[in-house]
Write a protein that binds this ligand. Structure first.
Ligand code: AMP
Length: 587
């Protein structure tokens, strides 16, 4: 398959924001993709060279991209940079300059999808002396062979900034349309699906659910697509959860009060402490224990103490546990705040020393697999019973989360106060009949924590400082996550960062170094950055404001820390901002 076929699809996807139209474009295209290319195509459609759980990154900065465009076009880096400033998009510059050279030299051989994919996969392995040069030349060679707008999409893929709006739900539906022959009629003019009758609607829902369930279990759309194409729903139904392969975690929505949280999930509700630690997904497969973070990174090596606790106190031979790891002070036994233990996630040496200094208690709140049986579709209250039978409570090692079931708001509020007094963040309200929906932010699990405390926001732009702050990025535009998964600006912040390394907290210099590889464009002192670095901010108040895309602004925002455990996908949502805003106004 030619890369230009994929480029045509990128263009069609970019040309519309309508989800059904995107689904239609994708499903038509998927039907033309040969089976042995499906895996590559599905990853490339989402701008990736590796599946989501594979943490390898291409490591290609915009500086390298400028070099690659210069090599491919035969222009100087200065010309490329100037042209970038003028056009505002390095991808467009690549099309323009490389295209000009090609006209002169008449290169006509088109790139293939395989070539692009295999080349991208080689990038992370290029390390050591001369690797920058090799990387640049490799990408320049691809750019030189791209036709049409190919160079632009290629460059965006290399920079990991390709966003043509293929969300999970869209891809799921496109796979259904392409391979499972649903009895539907997509009316392009009305942008609507038409069903012959109610039963065909139900049949259609069953098909999308089959695709969704398969994806929830294997976490890999390429595998799902190939299976759907080869064996239809019967084969999809055989895709099972596998110990050792992480699944996406279920996320919570937010309410401002216990009363609202309990009303949302329905009475009687389960309430649990909301621990201030970090999420751990623990797989036990006989004597093999594997630990993943909420970003699905394998961190087993960093937590031998957790592995030991699971081996010693989890009675099941095989199971999958959803947990929060909480740090405590070895001397006083008191819970410590998240930042204390966050260093354990990254540390690859002196692990034994660190585990003594920063010990951890594993609070287990869910069980998704037990002795060969998947529990995702079992009601929460039943999962909880199984959990209590599986985990022996050994305080300061591993325990089941603190848990009550009640229909009394007064009792719920008492539990909330006790949770806060014990140093927790708040409580989680959970519906007793809730199923486990990997990757979804569900309304049947709702967090309640004091509002107006903090937000996790991603940096999307910044300004170079002046005077004694020159050389540092100083003022940061931050964004929350919109309803469509897009990033919407909500304010600017510069306060909270320190100038001197000796001071406690994060410095301008550190944040500048973190952001530098993600610069996308520069205009004078203003820079646009790839949404990658997440700040936790405190603020005085949320205001309605037309100045920012979210419709809200933060008064007196202050950076508390960099949340390097957090994906940009997992930041504060617009819905959460709305809830906090309305609560603050007493509505
Ligand atoms: P937030 O990070 O504010 O979106 O809140 C959701 C997170 O709370 C989850 O991802 C877990 O890491 C954490 N958490 C702490 N205690 C619990 C609990 N009892 N049940 C579920 N999640 C919990």
């Amino acid at each position: 398959m030619h890369y230009s076929d994929l480029v045509t699809v990128y263009e069609a996807l970019e040309a519309t924001s309508k989800r059904l139209e995107k689904t239609h474009v994708l499903s038509e295209f998927l039907q033309t993709v040969p089976e042995n290319e499906l895996e590559k195509v599905i990853l490339l459609l989402r701008g990736r060279a590796f599946p989501p759980w594979d943490k390898r990154t291409l490591g290609f900065s915009s500086k390298l991209a400028v070099k690659a465009v210069a090599v491919a076009s035969g222009e100087s880096e200065k010309t490329v940079t100037e042209s970038w400033k003028k056009e505002g998009d390095l991808g467009k510059v690549a099309v323009l300059l490389v295209g000009k050279k090609k006209q002169a030299t008449l290169v006509s051989q088109d790139l293939t999808v395989r070539e692009v994919f295999e080349t991208l996969q080689k990038l992370p392995g290029m390390e050591g002396l001369g690797s920058t040069d090799r990387k640049t030349k490799t990408i320049a060679a691809l750019l030189g062979h791209a036709t049409g707008n190919g160079a632009m999409f290629l460059l965006r893929t290399v920079l990991e900034t390709l966003r043509v709006g293929v969300a999970d739900g869209t891809l799921r539906d496109a796979i259904t349309w392409a391979y499972l022959q649903p009895q539907i009629n997509y009316n392009m003019e009305k942008n609507d699906i038409e069903f012959a009758d109610d039963s065909s609607r139900e049949d259609y829902n069953k098909l999308t659910e089959a695709v969704q369930k398969a994806y929830d279990r294997c976490n890999d759309f390429s595998h799902v697509a190939v299976t759907a194409k080869e064996g239809g729903t019967a084969a999809l139904g055989k895709i099972a959860l596998e110990l050792g392969t992480p699944i996406r975690v279920m996320l919570a929505q937010r309410e401002a009060t216990v009363e609202a949280g309990m009303a949302r999930v329905g009475a009687p509700a389960a309430l649990e402490y909301k621990y201030d630690g970090f999420r751990m997904q623990v797989h036990k497969d006989g004597s093999k224990v594997t630990i993943f973070t909420r970003r699905l990174e394998n961190v087993t090596m960093q937590f031998p103490d957790v592995v030991d606790a699971v081996k010693a106190h989890v009675t099941a031979k095989t199971c999958l546990l959803d947990c929060e790891a909480v740090g405590y002070d070895a001397a006083t036994g008191k819970y410590t705040a998240f930042q204390q233990i966050s260093q354990r996630i990254r540390r690859k040496y002196d692990i034994d020393k660190l585990k003594k200094k920063l010990p951890i208690e594993l609070n287990v709140f869910d069980i998704l697999y037990l002795e060969g049986e998947e529990l995702l579709d079992m009601p929460f209250s039943e999962r909880r019973k199984k959990l209590e039978k599986t985990v022996k409570n050994v305080p300061k090692a591993i325990v089941c989360s603190s848990y009550i079931v009640t229909d009394s708001v007064a009792e719920g509020e008492k539990f909330y106060k006790a949770a806060l007094a014990a140093g927790n963040e708040g409580v989680m309200c959970k519906a007793l009949d809730g199923l486990y929906k990997p990757g979804s932010r569900v309304g049947h699990m709702v967090k309640v924590k004091p509002v107006l405390d903090t937000m996790d926001l991603v940096v999307v732009a910044a300004e170079w400082g002046e005077g004694k702050r020159s050389g540092w990025l100083t003022s940061f535009t931050v964004a929350c996550k919109g309803d469509e998964g897009d990033f919407l600006t909500i304010g600017k912040v510069g306060t909270g960062l320190k100038e001197l390394e000796q001071e406690d907290g994060v410095t301008f210099n550190q944040v500048t170094e973190l952001l530098k590889p993600h610069l996308l464009s520069e205009d004078g002192r203003d820079v646009v950055v790839k949404p990658q670095i997440v700040f936790e901010l405190a603020f005085e108040e949320i205001q309605a404001s037309p100045s920012y895309e979210s419709g809200y602004a933060l008064r007196f925002p202050r950076v508390l820390r960099v949340r390097d455990d957090r994906d940009p996908e997992e930041i504060t949502t617009l819905e959460e901002v709305r809830v906090a805003y309305e609560h603050q106004r007493g509505r």
